[in-house]
Design a protein around this ligand. Sequence first.
Ligand code: MLT
Ligand code: ZN
Length: 459
Amino acid sequence: MTTPDPDPLAQQLAEVVGDAHVLVDPGLRAGYETDFTGRWAGRARLVVRPGGTGEVVEVVRRCAAAGAAVVPQGGNTGLVGGSVPGPDGTDVVLSLRRLDTIGPLDPRARQITVGAGVPLAALQRHVRPQGWDFGVDLAARDSATIGGMIATNAGGERVVRYGTTRANVAGLEAVLADGGVVDRLAGLPKDNTGYDLTHLLAGSEGTLAVLTRARLRLVPLLPERVTALLALDSLDAALCVLTALRRLESLELAEFFTADGLGLVLQHTGLPAPFRGAHPVYLLAECAGRRDPGEELAAALEDAPVREAAVALHASDRGRLAAYRERHTEAVNAAGVPLKLDVTVPLDDLPGFVGGLPALLDGRARAYVFGHLAEGNVHVNLLDVAPEDEEAVTEAVLRRVAAAGGSISAEHGVGRAKARYLHLSRSAAEIRLMRSVKAAVDPGHVLNPRALLPPPGGA
Ligand code: MLT
Ligand code: ZN
């Protein structure tokens, strides 16, 4: 048996990052090639793990010169195939996880500079003891990295109060396809000098630049919190409760799930049922403030159509209630490889959309829906879809969403999963503009060429 010739690109990259950080062996690459649902899997030419911005510059330059596409990857918690390599063994996965430095917290500016590879939970552990917090929070906090969250403009649980990741980023450092470095780390709150490059790169899914560092906006850590899990008749009732909650400045979280999803979570986790009876819909709400927001939450809910309620003040009890919502993703994954469709529907349409899913799916899938109520963000998780039905089912759901004026991607991004459906949410003129931007900054299609934009010949 002959051993294959060593990949010359691997040798060139090892000169930059060291042998230990160029992974060629299939066993070492595996964790970077498949997403955590198992739906998106590919084969990388190699995985490279630079340790700083200078190394990223050199890696991108050398990959571009070798004609290799670069797929940037953070914690690999994405759900749309945007950070795993294609199937043909030609893509280089550029892992940013070693860029995990956390700079000093600047309380006067309310900002902090961190490396792209810092996991969200590590940032929280760093800033919370100092009385500060990052506005974005999500269930994948232990693995999701700040760079990945910015690249995908992650949403999560607290958008109702603090907005998506983009709104919480004051500046960025990023490496372009030609090795140029964009440095917007000053994070000036007033700087009206032309195109907003930070906000352009946030949500660009690694197609325009590789994010290496970020200047983050911080918010004061609010010490008093109350969490309520409400059992309700219907999604109409949930929207009615939401209307009452939206008056509260302290509202930080309004999440929904249904009886089916709760059943799956209980089965998977072994958690006790939250209430004696079963209910069609559940709403998890959290309020936070300098003073105990419990009273104002109770007042807001006084006339609300709530069947049963559980309220928690202490962190561990709050965590127990939150788990019924947060553990949906792992419960669905444990039940099979899901087809995940993350969409926004106008709030008025939410009950009709969810209620109409069985007819739309026509027995072709088992659906579990949950999500972020205040934004009309529904996570449609479909199990048991036959491979030959996947496209038709996806298209039926996304067309229904678009027809109602919603978005085919609320917070997970477009990635490879939805690139060919982008025209359902973006006009031809918008897609032309996006293509022009991509062509201007990455004419060689080096950076994540399979993600976000429809394949040539598509819309
Ligand atoms: C969530 O809200 O739990 C996440 O977006 C993950 C998911 O949709 O499964
Ligand atoms: Zn979500």
